[in-house]
Design a protein around this ligand. Structure first.
Ligand SMILES: NC(=O)c1ccc[n+]([C@@H]2O[C@H](COP(=O)([O-])OP(=O)(O)OC[C@H]3O[C@@H](n4cnc5c(N)ncnc54)[C@H](O)[C@@H]3O)[C@@H](O)[C@H]2O)c1
Length: 341
């Protein structure tokens, strides 16, 4: 049954792809975003993909009064909370901004939900909460920790959510721990559009392929992995979006106040494997150099996605070649990302 779903951070990379699938699943969607890390142009593109007019509330979720008013005026039944800052390196330089934005937006949201009796929440967490020394594949019951302020905001918000659920046992909260989202919608009209030099591998390779960056720097080839480069669990953003729709459906049927699900494929792919998959997508080799390890990087991170499979009936279906083909379609059609206006 369709619900009216507030998508906080719905103009962002993962949020925008999820909006399409929520609409396709029959939900009524409201987007809240302050466009701190996204551009209004994404909304037009979403409207042309879905053929629907989208209602967008452009304000900062930390603005508790406006958030209250939104809940006063709309019969919101569920919330997906993507809103937050996400750049690890920047979080080390600006910890207070990260704590303020990521925690502050969550507090204002949880308050409004409590006052308006909204009991379904899906929260964007991250595999970063498994910290530095977690064994792979990573299961949801591992202890959590972090190595940077961004990661700590996720660890802290998860704890806040568990505490809120104790005090409000009718809450149905999904904590989704994403592994490494990549790829783009098959239309090539929406995708990841990082500002500045990308931190993540695929956006970086995309910009090398399109000529915005000179060559890929591979951070370390002396890890204890098959080709010496670090392993990550890359997941197509379309699979991730489908995981949100499945989690939302599950929240209407579960007795558990808080559920935590890994969203990953269960496969670790190396940096060089991803580079070569991307070269296949582009049809030419791409320049790269091996440099030293990057502080804070771990050798291998990949999910045990068994719980999501068993409880959500969800499973990632896209291959790394699909991810690269779709990323490249987006990047080659939009070499400079979204237009400003
Ligand atoms: N992309 C990843 O690799 C990844 C991995 C794990 C977890 N996550 C988490 O998933 C969520 C979405 O990630 P994304 O890649 O789509 O990021 P994104 O930056 O593209 O999207 C986040 C959106 O939230 C908005 N926003 C930020 N602060 C806000 C505020 N205070 N009020 C209103 N809007 C605000 C931004 O403008 C942006 O549109 C984030 O919480 C992120 O931490 C992302």
């Amino acid at each position: 049954m369709g619900m009216r779903v507030l998508v906080c951070g719905g103009a962002g990379y993962i949020g925008s792809h999820t909006v399409i699938q929520l609409l396709a699943a029959g939900h009524d969607v409201l987007i809240l975003d302050n466009f701190a890390n996204s551009k209004p142009a994404v909304i037009k593109r979403l409207e042309s993909i879905t053929g629907e007019h989208l209602r967008v509330h452009a304000f900062d979720l930390r603005d508790a009064e406006r958030t209250e008013r939104l809940f006063d005026h709309e019969q919101i039944e569920a919330v997906i909370h993507f809103a937050g800052h996400k750049a690890v390196g920047e979080s080390v330089e600006k910890p207070l901004e990260y704590y303020q934005n990521n925690l502050g937006s969550t507090f204002s949201l949880l308050r409004a939900m409590e006052r308006h009796g909204v009991t379904k929440l899906v929260f964007s967490s991250s595999a970063t909460v498994y910290g530095e020394n977690a064994p792979v594949p990573m299961t949801e019951d591992l202890p959590t920790s972090a190595t940077n302020p961004y990661g700590w905001t996720k660890v802290m918000i998860e704890q806040v959510l568990r505490d809120v659920a104790v005090a409000q046992p009718d809450q149905r909260i999904a904590i989704l721990r994403y592994f490494n989202p990549v790829g783009a919608h098959r239309s090539g009209t929406i995708g990841e559009d990082p500002s500045g030099i990308p931190n993540n591998l695929l956006p970086y390779i995309c910009q090398v392929a399109v000529g915005r960056l000179q060559k890929l720097r591979v951070f370390g080839d002396d890890y204890d992995t098959p080709d010496g480069t670090a392993l990550r669990d890359y997941i197509h953003v379309e699979d991730l979006a489908a995981g949100h729709v499945a989690a939302l459906a599950r929240l209407t049927a579960t007795e558990r106040a808080v559920s935590t699900w890994n969203l990953g494929t269960g496969n670790g792919s190396s940096v060089l494997e991803m580079l070569h998959a991307f070269e296949r997508a582009v049809g030419r080799t791409l320049p790269y150099e091996i440099v030293g390890r990057r502080a804070g990087d771990i050798a291998a991170s990949f999910a045990d996605p068994g719980r999501a499979r068993a409880e959500l009936g969800w499973k990632a279906t896209h291959t790394i070649d699909d991810m690269c083909v779709d990323s490249w379609r987006w990047q080659s059609q939009n070499p400079n990302g979204y237009p400003d206006a």
